[in-house]
Design a protein around this ligand. Sequence first.
Ligand SMILES: Cc1cc2nc3c(=O)[nH]c(=O)nc-3n(C[C@H](O)[C@H](O)[C@H](O)COP(=O)(O)OP(=O)(O)OC[C@H]3O[C@@H](n4cnc5c(N)ncnc54)[C@H](O)[C@@H]3O)c2cc1C
Length: 326
Amino acid sequence: MNASCVSSPSPITENIVDELRRIAPGGVCCNVDLAKVSRWKIGGRADCVVSPATHDEVKKIVSFLNSRNLSFLAFGSTSNLLFSDQGLRAVAICIGPRMSGVEVDGDCFHVKGGTWVPSLARSVARAGYSGFEHVCGIPGTVGGLVMMNGGSLRRSASEYLVEILSVTATGETRITAKEDCGFGYRRSHFQDSGQIITGVTFRFEHRDLYSQIRRRMLTILSDRRAKFPQRMPNCGSVFKAHDEMYAQIGPPGAVLDKLGFKGRRIGGAQVSLEHANFINNVGGACASDVRRLAHEMKEAVFAETGYLIEPEACFVESCGRVRPLI
Ligand SMILES: Cc1cc2nc3c(=O)[nH]c(=O)nc-3n(C[C@H](O)[C@H](O)[C@H](O)COP(=O)(O)OP(=O)(O)OC[C@H]3O[C@@H](n4cnc5c(N)ncnc54)[C@H](O)[C@@H]3O)c2cc1C
């Protein structure tokens, strides 16, 4: 585990909050308990969370925060994020329900960054396009999905993507064509650019009967219900699949299962009894419990197989820096 933030961000004063309220009316919350609202139900308090409703509001927020030399980070539904026990001193920009919606233009879908992924999968299916069923059970926003190039069944969200609308770290509008997004397995250039994804255009090609697509989606959802833990807070798979290890031995979950990790517990963090690549918060887990457990899992896989598995989940430091979980 690496050292954390080197410097603390400037404090978020009342004047700053007032200005954010002017830019994004109805979208600012202060002193937010991340252990209540984040997906893993872990984290200290966030000083300020702002939820813009439009691309223009995002631009104004970013320009304003830059002018005041304030740190910020974007997130969606936090389904891939572990927040620090120290909370968050940077401004958190939530691209979520206030910024969601889908416009259909022929075979093109223009989707706002905060759109809920399962709802988009249903809209695509209802319009009679197949190929996007694999995301129907992923609990995240379109911005988060594209940033992580998420997907399932060995497919990725970028497959039918045309371009991304974003706000750069300095507050400019940018449109990036798919070829320039640096997509790879659970990778995109956006992970290092500080850009905020506000919209994504997809173009679907293959048509099918809605009843057939729906049948496939129901099968995917029922397989996921059988495989993945449902009741406890978690952030999905902790580790990404390693190509060579996958081919030679299997996915991280299977390897960790063989190593006896199911049920292993540190504090309130426990490796799921259903799937050994999931860490559940079984009650009062701290970020440090989760990270220590993940560290043990990674070390054990390396000792046994010689493969270094990389975390898929991310850690948010109190200064707002997002980095790999361990
Ligand atoms: C039960 C469960 C099952 C899961 N199954 C899968 C699965 O099958 N496949 C899969 O790929 N993932 C899976 N995940 C992980 C997670 O759902 C995906 O990574 C999801 O796409 C993240 O979306 P989010 O909105 O929650 O992003 P967040 O977790 O909020 O953020 C993830 C990253 O994206 C950044 N980010 C988010 N939104 C934006 C934006 N608009 N602009 C710029 N940066 C942004 C954040 O800074 C962070 O770095 C699962 C998670 C859970 C809890």
